[in-house]
Design a protein. Structure first.
Lengths: 231, 348
């Protein structure tokens, strides 16, 4: 097999190839504003590094978020189009689960439950709560980092919250400790998929927020505003 | 003669997901998925709603276009995609898909200009254009007069709206007089029963002073305010608002200023051909008045059918075909979308 893994749900544009035994190539570039520019060249470079042809790909795995919408869609549009054009299956993985897999792979969890929190902007984080087994017990949800503790089951509330992800770094005061990694890695995504260590979902974006719009407000008088400025 | 290359075009700059297939100036497929219904309750295009819809529609629309043209992806020789101008988040879905397609097929990719694409679409209707042409582009997202001296390489913006696009003015006025979104078709229907001479609404940027500074530019905010004032005054005085008359007089004001300035651009630049395109070009009064004034000025008017006037992928494929035929190099895979891509940049 040759699995192509990618995630664009955070400022990291991360891509990797996995041959079933190991990650054979991985590239990550962190730049929140250039996902569209970075992803395709990264994929070309990845194939070249592994000495593989695009037609060698057998599977695609993509992080489905949650994450800032515009960047998230760059990866999902790429994964879906590549899958359709190469006629190979595309699966999704919650991006928080990818970071959680990274935490456990590095042994950073130290056998205790932990939070994954990524930057959701607007002073909020996308977060999920994991057991030491890697099982996701709560989330993903979106909200202020300071409110995470009160959203958790009563029995864990009192325990100090340890968290990984850029959201943990950004709101470090809300956590007892900040764990690595900061961003999801496509290598972790690939090995999590190959070892069946994460739930597989369809490659649909996880937005968690509605589009930021309101129906039009009622008509305002133009006559009064004219009169007040006319004299 | 060898068959011309098969170009696949992708368009996602606003609320239509378009995938088209073209050989030279021959249209093979024009598949479009529109999210217009999802924007109705907001009274205008919501960028995030449009971007979400693009992601859902892009692969199914691609498949539909291939079926329609009875070709497979292996037959495609090059891919063209709208690089801008347009809504940033919406553009990125199409560009990401197009780059992936280029990578998967190992075929060249051309990022092209949406506005020039509207002009290229005309070649799918009536065959190759004889440049130079002046193009009047009117839609919900843009209102421009372009001067195109070579479709693949040389276009210039003569004038554009300083505030609302013509289509936005239709939407806002429709709301003022209790008609639905999108405003264009509803205003046209109401106007058919009204008298365009019943009210004289202002023609933006046509005073002598404005004509020296903004000769080919447009402004619709003053017109919109004038309609709002007129309607509110009538309501305050307890009169029933004559919706058909207001609609007809407003539509006349828009058609008058658009066609006046576009014909002026042709005569002053010595251009003998005008292309009328964009969704608002579907408006019968704008079409009729353009035809009338072009005929009077000895200008040939060219206009594609409505499905090629509104945003679509075939127009992007058509421009891609012109760019390929001209022998221009493909875009690098790291090109960025540009929501305000200047019209002078036909390909990125
Ligand atoms: Zn357009």
């Amino acid at each position: 097999m040759l699995l192509l893994a990618m995630d664009t749900s955070t400022p990291a544009v991360t891509v990797a190839l996995h041959d079933g035994d190991r990650t054979v190539a991985e590239t990550t570039t962190v730049d929140a504003r250039r996902h569209t520019e970075l992803l395709a060249p990264a994929l070309v470079g990845l194939l070249a590094e592994a000495g593989a042809d695009r037609r060698d790909l057998t599977d695609i795995a993509v992080g489905v978020g949650p994450g800032p919408f515009t960047g998230l869609r760059v990866g999902l549009a790429a994964a879906r189009t590549l899958g359709a054009a190469l006629d190979i299956p595309v699966i999704g993985v919650c991006s928080q689960d990818i970071i959680a897999h990274g935490v456990r792979a590095a042994g950073a969890d130290a056998g205790m439950p932990f939070i994954v929190a990524t930057d959701a902007r607007r002073r909020e984080v996308y977060w999920a709560y994991y057991a030491p087994t890697g099982e996701r017990l709560a989330g993903p949800q979106v909200g202020p980092a300071a409110d995470i503790a009160s959203s958790l089951p009563a029995e864990v509330k009192s325990a100090p919250l340890r968290a990984a992800g850029a959201g943990a770094l950004l709101y470090a005061e809300a956590f007892a400790a900040v764990l690595e990694p900061e961003y999801p890695s496509a290598g972790d995504l690939a090995s999590a998929v190959v070892s069946k260590a994460v739930p597989i979902v369809s490659p649909e974006p996880m937005y968690l927020r509605r589009p930021d719009v309101a129906p039009p407000s009622p008509r305002k008088s133009v006559l009064t505003s004219m009169r007040s400025t006319a004299h | 003669m060898a068959e011309q290359p098969l170009i696949l075009g992708i368009e996602t700059s606003c609320d239509e997901t378009g995938v088209g297939l073209v050989r030279g100036t021959t249209l093979l497929a024009n598949a479009v998925a529109s999210s217009v219904d999802e924007h109705v309750r907001f009274g205008g295009v919501v960028p995030e709603v449009a971007s979400r819809a693009h992601l859902q529609a892009i692969v199914p629309t691609l498949e539909r276009a291939l079926t329609e043209a009875e070709v497979t992806l292996d037959d495609v020789d090059a891919i063209a995609v709208t690089a801008g101008p347009g809504l940033a988040g919406a553009l990125m879905v199409g560009v990401s898909a197009a780059k992936s397609l280029a990578l998967a097929l190992d075929k060249p990719l051309y990022g092209v200009n949406h506005l020039v694409g509207h002009v290229a679409a005309e070649q799918l209707e009536n065959g190759p254009l004889t440049e130079p042409v002046v193009a009047l582009l009117v839609s919900g997202g843009h209102t421009e007069i372009l001067h195109v001296t070579e479709i693949a390489t040389a276009a210039e913006m003569l004038g554009q709206t300083l505030d609302d696009a013509a289509g936005e003015a239709f939407d806002k006025v429709a709301r003022l007089i209790g008609l639905k979104y999108p405003g264009g078709p509803h205003i046209q229907r109401a106007a058919a029963e009204g008298d365009p001479a019943a009210i004289r609404f202002p023609r933006g940027l046509t005073s002598q002073r404005d004509m020296s500074r903004h000769r080919y530019d447009f402004s619709f905010s003053g017109l919109k305010t004038a309609v709002a004032r007129w309607v509110e005054t009538a309501e305050r005085e307890g009169r029933t608002v004559p919706v058909p008359d207001v609609a007809a007089a407003f539509q006349e004001a828009v058609a008058d200023v658009l066609t006046h300035k576009a014909v002026l651009a042709c005569t002053e630049r010595g251009v003998r051909t005008m292309v009328l395109a964009g969704g608002v070009a579907a408006n019968a009064r704008i079409r009729d008045l353009t035809r009338e004034r072009c005929a009077a000025a000895g200008i040939e008017l060219r206009q594609p059918r409505l499905s090629l006037c509104t945003d679509n992928g075939a127009m992007i494929a058509a421009l891609g075909a012109a760019v390929v035929e001209h022998g221009l190099p493909p875009s690098s895979l790291d090109f960025a979308t540009d929501s305000s891509l200047p019209v002078t940049q036909v390909a990125v």
